[in-house]
Design a protein around this ligand. Structure first.
Ligand SMILES: [Cu+2]
Length: 121
């Protein structure tokens, strides 16, 4: 368990220190989101974001806020294959508009952030 977190982080650091001039080709990008951007869903219990590259769990998380800016309590984990960020909600979301704010680091050491909005009816 320890090496699952530390080794990718250490590798990412080595890559970013030694190969900044050449490591520009395989940045992570998001390939799927549930709920999807712009979608309307009913009482979701989790938010999942899948990326094209493995994530570094220690530097990857998401937050959820409603239209008033109030944050939901979310427990963030990364899937076994390292590519999906899973935000589990302590309670189903009530009706309204929500913004997902995410921040990730991929195995090549690059950090990315983004956000998207979905609606709960
Ligand atoms: Cu990159």
């Amino acid at each position: 368990m320890y090496f699952d977190r530390v080794l990718p982080a250490a590798l990412a650091m080595v890559v970013s220190l030694t190969a900044t001039a050449t490591a520009a080709s395989a940045h992570a990008h998001m390939t799927a989101a549930t709920p999807a951007a712009g979608s309307t869903v009913t009482a979701p219990r989790s938010v999942t974001l899948t990326f094209s590259e493995r994530l570094v769990p220690a530097f990857s998380s998401l937050e959820l806020s409603n239209a008033a800016g109030t944050r939901s309590t979310v427990t963030t984990t990364v899937s076994e294959d390292g590519r999906t960020l899973i935000g589990t909600l302590s309670a189903p979301l009530t009706t309204g508009r929500y913004t997902v704010h995410w921040a990730i680091a991929s195995g090549d050491g690059h950090r990315m952030t983004g956000n998207h909005v979905f609606t709960v009816r």
